[in-house]
Design a protein around this ligand. Sequence first.
Ligand SMILES: [Zn+2]
Length: 275
Amino acid sequence: MPQSNRRRRTPQGRAEKVLRPVHPNAGIEAEYQRRLNRLIGEMHRSVLYWLSSAYRANQPRIAADETPADALRRAMRDMASRWLKRFDEASAKLAEWFGQSVQNRSSAALKKILKDGGISVEFKMTPAMRDVLDATVNQNVSLIKSIPQQYLGQVEGAVMRSVQTGRDLATLSKELEARFGVTKRRAAFIARDQNNKATAALSRARQLELGLDEAVWVHSGGGKHPRKSHQKAGRDKTRFPIAEGWFDPEVGRKIIPGELINCRCVSKAVIRGFS
Ligand SMILES: [Zn+2]
């Protein structure tokens, strides 16, 4: 049940409304995670398939001056570069889809919140919004590309150790499953954290466009390690200038809600001048 926008009088006698916050959309996070996992799953299965045939062959194709370990490393680097390329290609489209989804959804949510408060607005794609959206897309492109870089680096390390110590494929496969788990957890983190950050940054840009200049900090729990300073800011209904952010004494600088890692805090914009 959404709580209604609150209206009260300031000491100066001017009425103000405190809008409901725009929360990150759980559906976008889940879908982003699903799309990342699909790519990661394909890559992992391809690595396992390739390794099992390379190990079955026992002696990978050897050039006269190449040791089996060298041949394996070379073949693995070929495979790695194919997957890096595949993620490179997918990253632009996936990051653009993610940024646009968060933009559409957070603008629609803010529009609805304003409408419930009796204010009707039409949002257009402005240069300020495009800037924030571009920054979001660029950051996600880098994060998506970093997924195979980390995973394949770990795979190469595991394979080389396996070759050196004469371990069997079963042991290596177990280690690769563990790396696969780490990679999927990282993808889940990226989807959650980027959804928080993008929602906060795009909502902030919209609020500034509307000429809103002040917001109330809202602490959103749910994380295992809530920040004490954010809990306090939420309890105290701390107000901060939207353009500058709130000075977080724990980090020693001004931040916006959702900016720090795993921060799920949001904000409620204040509209003044109602009679
Ligand atoms: Zn927080």
